[in-house]
Design a protein around this ligand. Structure first.
Ligand code: DHB
Ligand code: FE
Length: 288
């Protein structure tokens, strides 16, 4: 059976990818952020999953703003890197895991989550930047296959945080019921506090972010009880991306340990955070 070995929450700021693509990670501006990633990267390099389920949002690059599904899963065997207006990032295309995708879609629909499927999907910075945070030098290919799981965080009304946590719990059950003996990592991407436009553009709320970083480990139900308006008020119009961390957290078992955490302001307009959890519940012999 498939087992979940770790969960990674990370911001997906496009310029984090651009800093890597353009050799700027040692610059004064970027060095503290990338130094903060190092312990997590070392640990993940020693715990390579067969497949990563990456919970992310498209930013109107592959998904038309007129047709935004609340939740969707990619079922392709390959996902090209999106051209977001300045050329495709010089990173490998993403290899899919269609058998796992189709299993997840079926299980989640049977569990009352009506998932849209994408048979063709170009993946934007929401997915490729977290892969670069995980693996900075992929060479010709990323170290694992990927199942993209998309959440609408850009078109009002977004799914509630409670629904995202519930989806995560169903996702965890669905992954663990996949009959192949593979290891799976789950990524929750986006956040932390940021607002890119409007009167409050530039908003950062360190107090809220620190509370969230703690509660994502110890009290996800508290985060699930917040309304979408709470997220937008406290974390900004784009800070609501944080609800995707709850999908990741829901998929993990109750027995997790924090491997590493880092928080850095600013990365572009965003408070960048990373939290890495080992899932102990799926270890052989451990309670499910
Ligand atoms: C930025 C952050 C995001 O999450 C995003 O999707 C686009 C831009 C930023 O801070 O620049
Ligand atoms: Fe974003």
């Amino acid at each position: 059976m498939a087992r979940i070995i770790w969960g990674l929450a990370t911001s997906h700021v496009p310029s984090i990818g651009a800093a890597m693509d353009n050799g700027k990670t040692a610059d004064d501006y970027w060095k503290p952020l990338f130094d903060g990633y190092e312990p997590a990267r070392r640990w993940m390099a020693e715990h390579t999953p067969d497949v990563a389920v990456v919970v992310y949002n498209d930013h109107a690059n592959a998904v038309d703003l007129d047709q935004v599904p609340a939740f969707a899963i990619g079922t392709a065997d390959r996902y090209p890197v999106a051209d977001e207006g300045w050329g495709r990032r010089p990173v490998p295309p993403v290899t899919g895991a269609p058998e796992l995708s189709e299993h997840l879609v079926r299980e989640l629909i049977d569990d009352s989550f009506d998932i849209t499927t994408y048979h063709r999907l170009d993946v934007d910075h929401g997915l490729t930047v977290p892969l670069s945070v995980y693996c900075p030098e992929p060479g010709q290919a990323w170290p694992c296959a990927v199942v993209p799981l998309l959440v609408n965080v850009i078109q009002y009304p977004q799914p509630t945080a409670a629904r995202c946590l519930a989806l995560g719990k169903a996702l965890g059950r669905a992954i663990r019921s996949f009959p192949q003996d593979i290891s799976v990592a789950v990524f929750g991407t986006g956040g932390m506090s940021h607002q890119l436009a409007g009167a409050r553009a530039g908003l950062i709320n360190t107090g809220f972010d620190r509370m969230f970083l703690d509660a994502i480990e110890h009290d996800p139900e508290k985060l699930a009880a917040l309304t979408r308006e709470d997220y937008i008020r406290e974390a900004g119009t784009e800070g609501i991306e944080l609800i995707m961390w709850l999908v990741m957290r829901g998929a993990l078992s109750d027995t997790i340990t924090r491997v590493h955490e880092t928080y850095h302001v600013p990365a572009s307009n965003t408070a960048a955070g990373l939290a890495l959890f080992e899932d102990l519940g799926d270890r052989e012999g451990a309670p499910a």
